[in-house]
Design a protein around this ligand. Structure first.
Ligand code: FES
Length: 152
């Protein structure tokens, strides 16, 4: 699977970021494994340590398995002012996790994010590729329950 992804790109160092993105996005647990790093290093002819350096520099990458749904709650000032801390409390209690953790059923990982670019709808969170704004406790409940139902 990792070789197939690599083969879509020319074996040049400048393709590293795109390859890593695709590997993470297509993995059901949204992470980049040691095996993936080795495959990419061999393909691009670069050191594995260089790739780990990139993976730790960018917060969007994970080297540990994550949930099926990645929740990214914006913690930048406009969302903070509009109550993102309350939303964070709600998510933590609903999911029974702390920031950075994955639920027991592997369905959700809770993360924080810098501005998601839709401050007019603060507070905002993103779940995988979907954006949710104007969050309230009730709305968070609806969104999470809907996703849970969809996975039964
Ligand atoms: S500050 Fe939260 S989306 Fe911009």
């Amino acid at each position: 699977m990792y070789t197939e992804i690599c083969n879509k790109y020319t074996p040049e160092k400048h393709n590293l970021i795109q390859i890593l993105h695709e590997i993470q996005d297509t993995h059901p647990q949204h992470y980049i494994s040691a095996e993936a790093v080795k495959t990419v290093a061999d393909y691009l002819g670069i050191a594995e340590n260089h790739i780990y350096g990139v993976l730790t520099f960018y917060t969007m990458y994970s080297t540990t398995p994550r949930g099926k749904n990645i929740i990214r709650l914006c913690e930048s000032p406009p969302c903070y002012i509009k109550g993102s801390q309350n939303i964070l409390r709600k998510l933590k209690s609903m999911l029974d996790v702390q920031t950075g953790e994955t639920t027991q059923d592997g369905l959700f990982t809770l993360e924080l994010s810098a501005c998601l670019g839709v401050c007019g709808n603060a507070p905002v969170m993103m779940i995988n590729d979907d954006m949710y704004g104007d969050l309230t406790d009730e709305r968070v409940e609806e969104i999470i329950e809907k996703i849970r139902r969809g996975n039964q």
